[in-house]
Ligand binder design. Structure first.
Ligand code: LAC
Ligand code: ZN
Length: 480
């Protein structure tokens, strides 16, 4: 690795290949590419060498050939909404950003097969607008507007995973460009739902964080849009797994979200955003957001779903699992849920941990973390929330902005959370993927064989190591 500055003629060579308007330089102002679209604690400001904005798969090949020739590393970037630091460049101006924002022609929808092929740079909102007229959607619910390429590269989860799964479950195919000697285009855009003809290479790129290839197009399996929906906010009397099991049993295939919000998180969000807390005595220790929905044209309506929810809540109350509950309009319930991240941030310094444990361990996990944080860093507040039905928890520890965590305290809190996760065979990255912020944990927790195979794949697909954020754990840095 050399720290020498990259000479101007290197960028000129890229501009000659793509056309000058497709390459942005620092003097053009690169804030939108150097800074994450959502604040990511622990990531400073990046500084890109330049930003390449290819308009086609052929131009992506040009960018990677250029990167190979000059030994410049390329960080792919979609909407830059990731939370583990993998989409922004490091600060040393030796890494170029490949923005997929112009790889976004109109999606090709097949309403009979319920599939779509879209350019990697297509925003989730734009995809949704293209699918709505057909009564279709991609059922991934996020408090952000990422690109579909980014969603595939990070395998996002979101708040409807309990019913619809993560992005991986919807990926039928991928077109990607490798940084191997031939700059190979792997084209696997079949939209067949039944296609068991050999290795499914498209899935190699799912969750790869741009380390194995640049995703240029994706083929996705879609669902019908819900026709009716009802939500309840439930004050839990038992912060364990029994309520989850009860709601699953009672609501069956109608259950489409089961989220949890701690009193601390709800207070901070409602205060910061002026939102109403629908419980008379203030937020209960743990509030569940339960959603029932249906896509069936001839199926239950809103009133039927509300009755179904009311029945489930009644059963929970008589079992001693629910202390109180209200039927809240879906817009209001989700507004509270989606306000949490921002609400916490306005409250102070947020140390965020995106973790998961087996569902029966959620209660004991939270109790352990809370006790340990209270003991070691008493001024810190655990304001957790998350995807309870999937065992996912955004275990946020919030400190006063005026009295943030010291290095030692940060390390201690990290040890508490990840220690409690590891003791329960949980995951240190439940849904936000791998990036420089958690690469050390990947090294620590990934079995030897899996690490070795990951490195060999990386080596094969990107032998010079020019692809992806340099803080990703899979490969050797570029030499040259
Ligand atoms: C959420 C993001 C942080 O669940 O994953 O709100
Ligand atoms: Zn989440």
């Amino acid at each position: 690795v050399t720290a020498a500055p990259v000479p101007d003629h290197v960028i000129d060579d890229l501009a000659a290949r793509l056309g000058p308007s497709s390459v942005l330089r620092p003097e053009d102002g690169l804030d939108a590419y150097d800074l994450p679209a959502r604040p990511v604690p622990g990531t400073g400001r990046g500084r890109a060498l330049c930003v390449a904005r290819p308009r086609s798969t052929a131009e992506v090949r040009e960018v990677l050939s250029w990167a190979r020739r000059h030994r410049v590393r390329v960080v792919p970037q979609g909407a830059n909404t990731g939370l583990v630091g993998a989409s922004t460049p490091p600060p040393d101006q030796r890494v170029a950003v490949l923005s997929t924002e112009l790889l976004a022609g109109p999606p090709t929808v097949d309403p009979v097969d319920r599939t779509v092929v879209a350019g990697a740079g297509t925003r989730l909102s734009a995809l949704d607008a293209a699918l709505a007229p057909y009564g279709l959607w991609l059922p991934i619910d996020l408090a952000a507007d990422p690109t579909v390429g980014g969603m595939v590269a990070t395998n996002t989860g979101g708040a409807r995973m309990i019913r619809h799964g993560d992005v991986r479950r919807h990926v039928l195919g991928v077109e990607a460009v490798l940084a191997d000697d031939a700059v190979t285009v792997v084209e696997d855009l079949s939209t067949l739902r039944k296609d068991n003809a050999g290795l499914d290479l498209a899935h190699l790129f799912v969750g790869s964080a741009g380390a194995l290839g640049i995703i240029t197009k994706v083929a996705l399996d879609l669902d019908r849009r819900p026709r009716a929906r009802a939500t309840a906010l439930v004050a839990t009397a038992d912060p364990g797994h029994r309520l989850t099991v009860l709601f699953e049993a009672h609501l069956g295939e109608h259950l489409s979200a089961l989220e949890a919000m701690s009193a601390e998180a709800v207070s901070m969000a409602s205060e910061a955003r002026g939102l109403r807390v629908p419980f008379a005595g203030g937020p209960p220790p743990l509030t569940m957001l339960v959603e029932a929905s249906t896509t069936a044209a001839g199926g239950p309506g809103v009133a039927d779903l509300e009755a179904l929810l009311a029945g489930a809540v009644e059963a929970a109350t008589s079992d001693g699992l629910a202390a109180d509950a209200v039927l809240a309009p879906p817009g209001e319930a989700w507004a509270l849920r989606h306000a949490l991240t921002e609400g916490l941030r306005r409250h102070g310094q947020v140390l965020g941990f995106d973790v998961s444990v087996p569902r029966r361990e959620l209660g004991p996990f939270r109790a352990e973390v809370r006790a340990a944080v209270a003991h070691w860093v008493p001024r810190a507040v655990v304001a957790d929330f998350g995807h309870w039905g999937d065992g996912g928890i955004h275990c946020n520890v919030v400190l006063p902005a005026t009295d943030p965590a010291s290095e030692d305290e940060r390390r201690r809190i990290r040890e508490i959370v990840y220690g409690a996760v590891a003791a329960r065979n949980g995951s240190f990255s439940a849904e936000h993927g791998i990036g420089p912020l958690n690469a050390d944990l990947w090294e620590q927790h990934t079995p030897d064989g899996a690490r070795a195979l990951s490195r060999r794949l990386k080596d094969l697909m990107d032998p010079l190591g020019v692809l992806g954020h340099p803080g990703l754990p899979y490969g050797e840095p570029v030499s040259g």
